[in-house]
Design a protein around this ligand. Sequence first.
Ligand code: GFB
Length: 325
Amino acid sequence: MVSYKMKVLVTGGTGLVGNAIRTIKPEWTYINSSHCDLSVYGSFDKFLKDLNIQFDAVIHLAANVGGLFKNMNHKVKMFEQNLLMNMNVVEACRRHNIPRMICCLSTCVFPDGLDSDNPMTESDLHKGEPHDSNFGYAYAKRILDVHCRLINESDPTKRYQSIIPCNIYGPHDNFQDPENAHVVPALITKCAALKELDCNTLNIKGSGNPMRQFIYSADLAHIIVDTVVNDLDFGPDARLICAPEPHVEYSIKHVAGLIAKQFDIDNVVPENNTESINDGQKSKTCSNARLHELFDITLTSLEDGIETTCNWYKVAYLYSKFQRS
Ligand code: GFB
């Protein structure tokens, strides 16, 4: 246990996971793109120089992220921007001799269709191409894994590790741009608009059949904070999948039903009856065995997490409207 007050910097500090960490560790340093444009080479190196604080750890959450449709429609940009941002941050951390880093990948980075019988583990990361829908984003994130491990190999005083979360959701998600958002914030925003129109049917993209594991942002924040505060070691491959058990996986139609219920909408209708390109990956089922080896944690159920997120959304986005009417 580290006694003195750790100095920790969080990039992407005002996003979904950044905000969740802030509720646990308000004293840490949180930055976003208004502080430093991480896609400009050398910007983060200069930022650290100007700040002149010797951080003990950097939690690198900043990324150009989006849901299936953003990834499918902007593959080159997702590849180039994330590659630039990650190179900037990891290289500057190495130059400034910051001993610890937590980087954030995603289960969409894993190979697609590896072995449907067995959930994927941390060691499967490079065993095949990712799904075509997020080819650009996935390879930029894989290079982040490679960069961390090269630095760990070259300098034993450093431990740069990656968390690999499944689909994350919670308060402070991307509710401003539903077209490019992930499924949960996209459907919450959609339901709120339908409610305004007194419509009782939620149409969802794709067939509704794809299966996904989900993790609530506050749970992921606790895993990250505990890793930094207790200086946890994920092991030689420096990776940790953050997800519920493989069988705790839901169809998109089921998730849409949970969200619709929070807005008293009874019907959920997929746009396609059969599989389509709008489905993205069929599934990306991962094992959380290592998570349970390192943490004694009970993850929030999807039902409870969706309810809390919808209540947060209603207060954050709709309350002002209610007051006016
Ligand atoms: O969350 P999502 O965009 O990401 O989509 P992925 C999940 C599923 O929800 C897909 C369906 O099968 C979509 O067809 N879906 C239905 C919708 N209606 C909607 C909608 O209105 N908006 C969205 N977005 N989906 C992402 C990767 O894949 O997972 C990212 O592309 C990242 O890089 C993220 O890794 C965690 O799970 O398909």
